[in-house]
Design a protein around this ligand. Structure first.
Ligand code: SF4
Ligand code: SF4
Length: 100
């Protein structure tokens, strides 16, 4: 018996249709890329992360455009986070960010 196989196109993963899901992650600052102090949170041990606001997003995210407002100076971790990667897809599937 012949089995019909359908190729179902996987939903395209692109930042342009995403609600900046990865900009809700904790971003640890390992290197100095020139992030302005106003966007840096320092813990009691001196560890630095990107500051997140009450809505959960990084404070450097432009809420109107959902683009990074400090793109040229974004942290190393943000530079390494690949669109369409496993981590990216996981973030987009988390119910809390299901609008993605
Ligand atoms: S989670 Fe993925 S698709 Fe969404 S903004 Fe980040 S890299 Fe882009
Ligand atoms: S620095 Fe920019 S790319 Fe990195 S989490 Fe913040 S808004 Fe997103």
């Amino acid at each position: 018996m012949a089995i019909n196989i359908k190729n179902i196109a996987e939903k395209e993963v692109t930042c342009s249709t995403c609600q900046a899901c990865c900009c809700r992650l904790e971003v640890i600052l390992f290197t100095d890329t020139g992030v302005p102090d106003a966007h840096i949170a320092v813990d009691e041990w001196g560890g630095e992360t990107m500051l997140r606001l009450d809505d959960g997003w990084c404070s450097a995210l432009d809420r109107e455009t959902l683009l990074c407002s400090i793109y040229e100076n974004r942290p190393w971790a943000c530079r390494e986070f690949e669109m369409g990667s496993y981590d990216c897809r996981i973030e987009r599937e988390i119910p809390f960010v299901s609008v993605c």
